[in-house]
Design a protein around this ligand. Structure first.
Ligand code: GFB
Length: 310
């Protein structure tokens, strides 16, 4: 299929987040009208507020990047927030989008929807074939419900809506709070602080052995626009980079980028999470999209952006 974005009104829900911000930047050159609404304008957890906003703003297309997100510690310690807020946000937006006859919608999930011990690289078909990783099962259950609701709207009402499952992300506009962030911004901040204050040691969580695949948010945004234009199907689509490193290798890369020679020490009282999470993006590649960005180059660009813009 080919869907022309020219002249469409596109609501990027979650534009203040890293992914939503990247999608807004990516859409700037597409000849469409991007609309956004902060928390002060619409409370996404409130169905009536979402219905009113949708009736007033009348988007043709929605990119559903709004979500309660966080790293391993935030996920493990705030299960209600991750399950409840994400269920409400996605249910409210999908329901209101149906009422408002929204033509195209792209729902964003996460690679943590897959079983903890899924066969690697993880294919889309691995969904619901095994138990989830306990540190993020609340978020995963909410995201699985979201992609199933998209499928349900396709099946029951013929909606041409789709879902994408990105791998671990990083890039400009990330959350740098050390208790709630993901690993890339946490380590950028820790190594930066060590360099500034001359600390000789940086504490990294876990054992350093887990493997993670990392994708820059601007590459994700490019893939999402590609999917909006060209994909229609019941199945969700994985979006990965194929670039997989151990947490130890990531920490060493970040130390080099920052220019910090502090020694790494491992806090093994913190969880490792899932041992490996490399997704199989061959369906996306077969559709015609490929990721080219190098991890070190992407981390360096992210670091410069953070130092310049905070
Ligand atoms: O990025 P992260 O928090 O999320 O952690 P997950 C990845 C790995 O980095 C874990 C280690 O093994 C952490 O123990 N790590 C080392 C650190 N040092 C740090 C640090 O200072 N901060 C953090 N945050 N981690 C998330 C899920 O899992 O993946 C979310 O919790 C989401 O639901 C996301 O799906 C994509 O990759 O373990």
């Amino acid at each position: 299929m080919t869907y022309d974005l020219t002249g469409k009104r596109i609501w990027v829900a979650g534009h203040r987040g890293m992914v939503g911000g990247a999608v807004v930047r990516r859409l700037a050159s597409e000849g469409c009208e991007v609309i956004t609404a902060g928390r002060d304008v619409v409370d996404l957890v409130n169905q009536k507020a979402v219905d009113d906003w949708m009736a007033m703003s009348k988007p043709d297309v929605i990119v559903l990047a709004a979500a309660k997100v966080g790293g391993i510690h935030a996920n493990a310690t705030s299960p209600v927030d991750f399950l409840y807020e994400n269920l409400m946000i996605e249910a409210n937006i999908l329901h209101a989008a149906h009422e408002a006859n929204v033509e195209r919608l792209l729902f964003l999930g996460s690679s943590c929807i897959y079983p903890k011990f899924a066969i690697q690289p993880i294919q889309e078909a691995s969904l619901l074939t095994g138990a989830l990783e306990p540190t993020n099962e609340w978020y995963a259950i909410a995201k699985i419900a979201g992609l199933k609701l998209v499928q349900a709207f396709r099946k029951q009402h013929g909606r041409d809506w789709i879902s994408a499952m990105p791998t671990n992300l990083y890039g400009p506009g990330d959350n740098y709070d050390l208790t709630t962030s993901h690993v890339p911004p946490a380590l950028l901040r820790k190594f930066h602080k060590a360099k500034e204050s001359g600390d000789t040691e940086v504490v990294v969580w876990g054992t350093g052995t887990p493997l993670r695949e990392f994708l820059h948010c601007d590459d994700l945004a490019d893939a999402l626009v590609f999917l909006l234009r060209s994909y229609s199907g019941d199945d969700h689509i994985n979006v990965g980079s194929g670039v997989e490193v151990t947490i130890k290798e990531l920490a060493e890369t970040i130390a080099k980028v920052v220019g910090c020679d502090a020694v790494l020490t491992w806090d093994t009282s913190k969880p490792d999470g899932t041992p490996r999470k490399l997704i199989d993006s061959s369906r996306l590649h077969a559709l015609g999209w490929n990721n080219a960005r190098d991890l070190k180059e992407g981390i360096a660009q992210t670091y410069s952006d953070w130092v310049a813009n905070g």
